[in-house]
Design a protein around this ligand. Structure first.
Ligand code: SF4
Ligand code: SF4
Ligand code: SF4
Length: 188
């Protein structure tokens, strides 16, 4: 295979303007309803893949979308100073991490991650963006040129997925993981 071979992919982004966020939590409600099984059958913001970190005294509202699962707490952390108040890195961290309850499926404890509301047929824009009437969230798509994966890269990715799954099974037990995968696999 030509090592310079390139292809394009669509990168989906949600831009967050924290100055516009009013802390209404409509994004959390919309996300949890979309991910309910069946779809839209219930609202439980504990199932949301977006969380609005609020400091009402300082009028600070920061929507955070769930990122990757962190197997362990990290040691070297940053601190953020906003309007003179210091915040721990954990406050704005998108990880589902052992150090806290955020971004964990309430029944199973399994990690939640933003999937950009992938669905068939696709949505025009993600639910949280659609629900945000304050324009704090805006959706953008852009094209990115990337190298074509070599077979060994694909193999490596599969290896990473296997290790990720093994970690989850070790932590939450096979039945929990299998039940959740089966439940999520059911179309809403
Ligand atoms: S819906 Fe928009 S304004 Fe409301 S909390 Fe979410 S991001 Fe903030
Ligand atoms: S929540 Fe994030 S910053 Fe805090 S320990 Fe976990 S991974 Fe590190
Ligand atoms: S993009 Fe979809 S899955 Fe991600 S946080 Fe927004 S509503 Fe939830």
């Amino acid at each position: 295979m030509d090592s310079n071979e390139r292809k394009t992919r669509i990168v989906k982004e949600i831009k967050v303007d924290t100055k516009k966020c009013a802390g209404c939590k409509a994004c959390e409600i919309a996300c949890s309803a979309f991910h309910a099984i069946p779809k839209y059958s219930s609202v439980n913001t504990a199932r949301s893949r977006i969380m609005v970190v609020m400091d009402e005294v300082k009028d600070v509202f920061v929507p955070i979308r769930a990122g990757d699962y962190a197997q362990a707490e990290c040691n070297g952390r940053n601190k953020y100073v906003l309007d003179g108040k210091e915040y721990e890195e954990c406050t704005f961290c998108p990880a589902s991490c052992p150090s806290r309850d955020a971004f964990k499926e309430p029944d199973s404890g399994l990690p939640l991650k933003c999937d950009m509301c992938e669905s068939d047929p696709p949505l025009e824009k993600p639910m949280c963006v659609d629900a945000c009437t304050f324009d704090a969230l805006t959706y953008e798509e852009r094209e990115e040129v990337i190298p074509v994966s070599k077979p060994e890269d694909v193999q490596e990715k599969r290896g990473e997925m296997k290790i990720g799954l093994e970690m989850l099974i070790k932590k939450y037990g096979f039945k929990n993981v299998a039940d959740t995968v089966a439940r999520l696999g059911k179309k809403g």
